[in-house]
Write a protein that binds this ligand. Structure first.
Ligand code: SF4
Length: 375
């Protein structure tokens, strides 16, 4: 099995926390679509005829494309000769773009999963984040997708956005999310990435990040509420009703090969990882000249070891020390258990039934735990 990711780097406006590659100008949209079609042809052999079961349109804001754009892209995808037997085709959408007319217009495209960037059901939080939609628009968008027949809907949420009532607001957002009866929820703590407007606000002293204890308690609330309501937590930030895990996103954690098309898109084929240039013009010019504008990293044994540690700690599977020894040698197992020991004593990691996992308490420092266990 393999997957294809298609990056649509256009947004109507920028959200203050976002460091994804995207542009607010749509001027070169049609040139970009043409370049994507050409990249499909240029990279038709990347997946070695593996069966492509998932296709994911991410962004940016893929719902800024119209039906004719999708028609062109899907038709190129089919003509390029990929071995397509898709079971999951996802469209990431901004709630503000969803209307009955829009959903009808894209009905011919083979989407069977919609991922809505809701982020919050609180208007003041949404305004603060500079999102385009308000809470009611998000609720309407979910309902419109359900009425249009989508039975696999995911919503993204962010917690830890504002003081002082941040926990109450999060509780209300979770309740609203559950009331909407969606099949999948991805929830992330607000992060302060360098180069974003939000990062500048912290630097200028205009806001301060939510402290760790509060963040942990909101994460606990998230996991408790969702698990009580029939969701399975299959990754640190991802929750699914039975049978509704995101198959595409799971590829990033389970070693499935994927081809990323478009500016800034990443690809992985087991031997190497590569990533396209994060520039619209650079991408279009190279592709039109028949070149893939990508950098590449070969997967050496230490990189494979580190990938294993990161993905296993992020997912429900956790690290099985015996499997680690089998894959990377007895020393790797001893090293992992030795380095993990202090975190176990502090309650950040737990070793249960021979599986090493991150605890609630460890989530807020999961990045540094992973860094410590890497080679
Ligand atoms: S969060 Fe999404 S909509 Fe907002 S700027 Fe980033 S990619 Fe665009």
């Amino acid at each position: 099995m393999a997957g294809i990711y298609i990056h649509i780097p256009f947004c109507k406006r920028r959200c203050i926390y976002c460091d994804f590659f995207s542009s607010v100008s749509m001027e070169i949209k049609s040139q970009y679509i043409d370049a994507l079609c050409k990249e499909m042809a240029l990279r038709k052999d990347y997946l070695n005829s593996e069966t492509v079961e998932t296709v994911y349109f991410g962004g940016g804001t893929p719902s800024q494309l119209d039906a004719s754009d999708f028609e062109k892209l899907f038709s190129s995808l089919h003509q390029s000769g990929f071995n397509l037997k898709t079971t999951e085709v996802t469209l990431e959408a901004n709630p503000d773009d969803i209307s009955k007319t829009y959903l009808e217009s894209i009905r011919k495209a083979p989407f069977n999963r919609i991922s809505l960037g809701v982020q919050s059901f609180d208007d003041s939080e949404l305004r603060f984040l500079n999102r385009r939609h308000d809470a009611q628009t998000a609720i309407n968008a979910v309902k419109l997708c359900q009425e249009a027949g989508f039975d696999n809907i995911s919503i993204d949420l962010i917690y830890g956005i504002r003081y002082p009532s941040v926990r109450d607001v999060w509780q209300d957002s979770l309740k609203q999310a559950l009331d909407l009866n969606v099949q999948h929820i991805s929830a992330y703590s607000l992060t302060y990435e360098e180069g974003t407007e939000l990062f500048r606000m912290v630097e200028d002293g205009k806001i301060s990040p939510v402290d760790d204890d509060l963040s942990i308690s909101m994460y606990e609330l998230l996991v408790d509420r969702l698990v009580q309501n029939g969701f399975e937590q299959y990754e640190i930030s991802n929750f699914a009703k039975p049978g509704c895990r995101s198959r595409h996103n799971s590829s990033y954690w389970n070693g499935t090969h994927y081809l990323g098309l478009g500016a800034s898109a990443h690809s992985y084929n087991g031997q190497s990882r590569q990533w396209n240039v994060s520039s619209l013009k650079g991408y279009i010019d190279s592709i039109q000249g028949g070149e893939i504008p990508a950098e590449m990293e070969v997967i050496t044994p230490p990189i494979a070891h580190n990938d294993y540690i990161i993905t296993r700690l992020r997912t429900k599977e956790g690290i099985n020390p015996d499997e680690l020894a089998k894959l990377f040698g007895e020393k790797a197992k001893e090293r992992c258990l030795k380095l993990g020991d202090s975190y176990i004593k502090e309650g950040m990691l737990v070793l249960e039934d021979n599986i090493l996992k991150i605890t609630y308490k460890g989530i807020s420092i999961s990045d540094s735990i992973m860094r410590d266990l890497l080679l």
